[in-house]
Design a protein around this ligand. Structure first.
Ligand code: HEC
Length: 255
């Protein structure tokens, strides 16, 4: 009994200490992605083409395929998701890849680095990292030109492109011992200093949906794969019963 008590206390203790940090969980906020929630992914797709595609590509996906997977008609895809044009100034065709029109040379000049393709970023970084990253931009006057920094990507070269929606925020720090007797400040949360057009929960939802879309982009077949997997298991199970019944039928006269 005592052992159990010790184990339980041991498990609970870190969460108590964590709670003492003021209830903030940044940069460890987590999200659940519901793969059947097409509405969320459509919403994310809209945010993506409006706020991200100007700099980042998702060059493994085609507009019409995204429309098909997320249940958006070709017409609506043309109206709501395609804002880019080709070199001749014609609207990008629906069967085209989702590429940014910004040239790498220009990006290099403007940001000092080329914004990476975001097709697989949900896999390389993980959805929780993305969720914290896109909510983690904060005012940092020491960064000449950009004026912002990021709580999970220190000295990031990307501007806070969603500042209109989120507003501007400053970090809240907690002093922590780094294990060698030195004190260091770590960011545990933020405080809005200039309001955006959205309140916190709407902004969190917008980012959640955007990340859901990026997660879909990184693995468009995930849902199909899961369904096929379930089907295969059911088939094998039914087959097992049949095989067993057959075996009994064959062997019944042998003994
Ligand atoms: C104005 C151009 C611009 C826009 C618009 C933009 N980004 Fe970025 N983004 C960048 C640049 C530049 C970097 C590289 C930052 C660095 O390496 O310091 C970057 C980096 C990133 C990264 C980090 C990738 C990695 O793994 O290192 C992610 C994720 C990202 N952007 C997501 C987004 C999303 C989502 C949007 C839309 C809401 C968006 N970006 C809009 C310029 C942009």
């Amino acid at each position: 009994m005592r052992k159990i008590l010790i184990i339980v206390t041991g498990l609970l203790l870190p969460s108590l200490v964590w709670g003492a940090g003021g209830g903030y969980t940044f940069p460890n906020d987590e999200i659940e992605i519901d793969w059947n929630d097409k509405a969320a992914m459509q919403n994310g797709a809209r945010t993506f083409v409006n706020y991200c595609l100007s700099c980042h590509s998702a060059a493994y996906s085609r507009f019409n395929r995204v429309g098909e997977d997320l249940g958006i008609s070709d017409e609506l895809v043309r109206e709501n998701l395609i804002f880019t044009t080709d070199v001749n100034g014609h609207k990008t065709k629906i069967g085209e890849l989702m590429k940014t029109t910004m040239t790498p040379e220009y990006a290099e000049m403007a940001f000092g680095t080329v914004p990476p393709d975001l097709s697989l970023v949900a896999r390389s970084r993980g959805v929780n990292w993305l969720y914290n990253y896109l909510r983690g931009f904060y005012v940092d006057e020491s960064r000449i030109g950009l004026g912002i920094n990021n709580g999970v990507f220190s000295n990031v070269g990307m501007p806070h492109v969603l500042a209109d929606l989120q507003g501007l925020q400053i970090p809240k720090y907690r002093i922590q011992d780094d294990g060698q007797g030195n004190e260091q400040e770590i960011i545990v949360g933020f405080e809005i200093v200039k309001a955006g057009t959205m309140n916190k929960s709407d902004y969190d939802k917008t980012v959640h949906d955007l990340v859901a879309f990026l997660d879909y982009l990184a693995e468009p077949y995930k849902q199909t794969r899961k369904n096929v997997g379930t089907g295969v298991i059911i088939f094998l199970f039914v087959f097992l019963i049949l095989a067993y019944a057959l075996k009994r039928e064959y062997w019944k006269d042998v003994h």
